[in-house]
Design a protein. Structure first.
Length: 723
């Protein structure tokens, strides 16, 4: 039986082109007056809801982290992306220098730069590099998801120099930038991720690592100014001097207070007069993120949207992000831990942009903690999109996974636990969920490698719930298996019965960790960022997961976050740019289900009338919010484009309050969606209405999710007057 469910969707693969969808309405239904369905809720029947049911899936896709939730305002703060786009990142050469005028002026801009993958070092001259790059053109390796980062200002000559990391010895190489100026001075600018957003009266902390390379430093200490300014350099919002430059590396921090608001500003470092400077990092965070000892790395407005979802768990950090196109560009946790200036960063192969690894292993667990959610870590078990590590060579990666678990949850005295403590979190985090691979079922060596990870982790951490990519039965043991689905709205709605016949086997539960409506019925991607019809279809599907919430132990919509300027997937939950954020209609569906997850499922049946037994697009489920079933939540979905009448009956109701609360998410337009301009156009509206007793006829608006709550602990007014 479970074999029927093994179909896995691929990672979201849509290009950045979007076709506009004509208004697709559901088929006209018979006139609304006779009831389309009868819904029965039976309070005496049901089962527990798995506590972890509704969670979120955070992946570094569409600049969800870098340029998104991660509050860093400077793009490519350590020049790793620039080095990568020039093909220097992976070379074995100790030092290579490339004048940046070449990159900046007349050759490939960063947004379309092509990257080399061979380890051979390019020659350090323009002719050589240009030819070498032409020979190594691999179009899929472009940084197409990323805007340009660094620009020269004034008469500065910028040179990118490859180097080893500063202190925390990781094997990858990174780079620094040399600023050489003549008597007129000059410098460099960074316009962030599609603009540095500055706000009037807000403070920003600049963190810079630099040294002078001037021969005559004693007589000629360079005068350096950093400023936040408009991109035409005509308006200055904040300015400060950098002093104490020396011939040895200095890590300086200073505050910049803006006296203007500009979502499209830039940061400029300007050297007055003749100098040679080496800059290894330029980082800028809003003051609110750097208040304490430990960086609070999250953008507060986006974080609030996540908090409001009240997720029970966070699956992280991917997704395809974990796999990589090749193992070279997969996510590895060790280079993403330790001080930020020592993280080399890496190319995010599946999603085509540079990852600074600012969102690293530590920060992901900070996120789960900030959300008060169970962390669920996904590890690469030796499988990328193009290559699999054979099982006989898998042990180093198993050890890497064990090290990660020690880093997260080991004692302060342990090797990796001590790094966590040094980073500012001596208290171990509790890690109870661990996924082995992402969408790798069926790939060479998946099952063999899975067994090696499973055995090693189970032996050391028997409490850990381990998650496979396949329904393993009968090949191997697993606790949960990971199920993904991207489809069109009709199919999403229709598949609400998919889990009805899954046997309830205690140790093999389903983790529906990625699902969303992506297509129209013709298989074309829907219009970014989503729409109400898609959201209502997902609500229908979610009633099925709630009904089967013993077998389906965890579920999450995907993708969670998308930058407005980097769209890999057509339909998303939360959309942001560098200073604004809004939730799509799917966000509000997720939020309602999460708020009313409850602890016990109330048996719900939806039956169609005998004279017209078609599927009328009605779905429903209900839960008790507390063990005593004094708070009830009934969810009814109308997926049709018109209003429908349904008969509703609640069996086993022993008391009858006067009033009920109705949360209604709806619009007559299935294409309706929120936007930056109208972020609350389609959101749930809450209303107190009279409760008409356990049997009633209810009118459901077109494309609607109705969540009705009944508070049985509230005494009806009659009994109050008797008292
Ligand atoms: C630059 O590289 C080309 C191609 O490898 C080589 O032929 C040429 O001699 C190099 N020029 C210098 C000045 O090193
Ligand atoms: C804003 O601050 C900058 C830098 O200190 C200063 O040059 C500028 O005159 C100020 N602008 C206003 C309107 O106060
Ligand atoms: C939602 O349904 C209610 C009740 O039918 C209706 O009054 C309201 O106008 C609908 N909202 C939208 C946005 O269509």
């Amino acid at each position: 039986m479970r074999g029927l469910l093994t179909g896995l969707a691929a990672c979201c693969v849509y290009a950045t082109t979007f076709c506009l969808l004509g208004t697709a309405r559901g088929a006209d239904l018979a006139t609304a007056s006779p009831p389309s369905a009868k819904i029965t809720f039976d309070l005496d029947k049901g089962h527990a809801v798995t506590e972890t049911l509704w969670g979120i899936f955070f992946e570094e896709i569409q600049h969800a982290g870098d340029g998104g939730l991660y509050a860093e305002l400077i793009q490519d703060r350590q020049f790793g992306g620039l080095a990568y786009s020039l093909g220097l990142f992976h070379t074995d050469a100790v030092q290579i220098e490339v004048p940046l005028t070449y990159y900046l002026n007349d050759y490939l801009p960063l947004s379309s730069a092509v990257v080399q993958r061979t380890p051979s070092a390019p020659e350090a001259n323009l002719t050589g590099i240009r030819r070498w790059r032409q020979e190594h053109t691999l179009p899929e390796y472009s940084l197409k998801g990323q805007p340009k980062s660094w620009f020269p200002v004034g008469g500065a000559e910028l040179t990118l120099v490859k180097q080893q990391p500063i202190t925390f010895g990781q094997p990858s190489s990174t780079a620094y930038i040399k600023v050489s100026t003549g008597s007129k001075g000059g410098g460099l600018s960074n316009s962030g991720y599609w603009g540095v957003p500055v706000q009037d009266k807000q403070e920003y902390q600049l963190s810079v690592i630099l040294q002078s390379e001037s021969a005559d430093l004693a007589n000629q200490a360079p005068q350096i100014t950093v400023q936040l300014e408009s991109q035409d350099r005509q308006t200055v919002y904040a300015s400060a001097a950098i002093e104490d430059i020396s011939a040895s590396l200095r890590h300086l921090k200073l505050m910049l207070a803006s006296n203007g608001t500009d979502p499209n500003a830039q940061l400029t470092l300007f050297v007055h007069g003749k100098a040679d400077l080496a800059i290894r990092m330029l980082s800028l965070f809003p003051a609110e993120n750097v208040k304490g000892e430990v960086l609070q790395p999250f953008r507060t407005d986006i974080l609030q949207y996540l908090k409001d979802l009240k997720p029970r768990y966070v699956r992280m950090p991917g997704g395809c992000y974990v796999e990589g196109v090749s193992l070279d560009d997969a996510y590895w946790w060790k280079p993403s831990a330790g001080p930020i200036q020592d993280r080399p960063g890496h190319y995010n192969g599946p999603w085509h942009y540079w990852s600074t690894d600012g969102m690293g292993a530590f920060e992901y667990f900070q996120l789960a903690e900030a959300l008060d959610a169970e962390p669920l870590w996904v590890i690469n078990n030796g499988i990328s999109h193009t290559y699999s590590v054979p099982a006989e060579q898998i042990w180093p990666l198993v050890q890497d996974a064990l090290d990660l678990i020690e880093f997260v949850s080991g004692p302060v005295e342990s090797e990796w636990g001590s790094l966590r403590a040094k980073m500012g979190h001596p208290k171990p985090w509790q890690l109870n969920y661990f996924a082995i691979g992402n969408e790798d079922c069926g790939k060479p060596w998946y099952v063999e490698n899975y067994i090696a990870f499973f055995a090693a982790i189970r032996a050391r951490y028997p409490h850990m719930r381990l998650i496979s990519n396949c329904d393993m039965d009968p090949h191997a043991p697993t606790d949960l298996w990971d199920w993904h689905m991207y489809t069109d709205s009709q199919n999403m709605f229709d598949r609400r019965h998919d889990f009805d016949n899954v046997p309830n086997i205690k140790d093999t539960q389903i983790f529906a960790s990625e699902y969303a409506v992506f297509d129209d019925p013709a298989g074309r991607p829907i219009e970014f960022p989503g729409n109400l019809k898609a959201a209502i279809a997902e609500a229908g599907f979610m009633t099925g997961m709630e009904r089967n919430s013993l077998q389906v132990a965890m579920a999450a919509f995907a993708p969670l976050l998308s930058h407005w300027n980097d769209r890999a997937c057509p339909h998303n939950m939360i959309i942001f740019n560098n200073h604004q954020v809004f939730g799509t209609t799917s966000y509000y569906v997720q939020k309602l289900f999460s708020e009313f997850q409850g602890v016990r499922y109330i048996e719900t049946t939806v039956s169609t009338p005998e004279h017209d037994p078609r599927d009328h697009g009605i779905a429903a489920s209900a839960t008790c919010q507390d063990e005593g079933c004094t708070q009830l939540a009934f969810k009814i979905v109308n997926f049709a484009s018109e209003a429908q009448q349904v008969d509703v009956e609640v069996l086993g109701l022993h008391s009858s309050p006067d009033m009920m609360t109705v949360h209604l998410l709806n619009s007559t337009d299935g294409q309706a969606e929120n936007s930056f301009a109208e972020p609350y156009m389609v959101v749930p509206h809450r209303q107190e209405v009279r409760f008409n007793g356990p049997a009633s006829s209810v009118s459901l608006p077109p494309f609607s999710l109705t969540v009705t709550t009944l508070d049985l602990s509230r005494q009806p007014s009659m009994s109050i007057s008797q008292a």
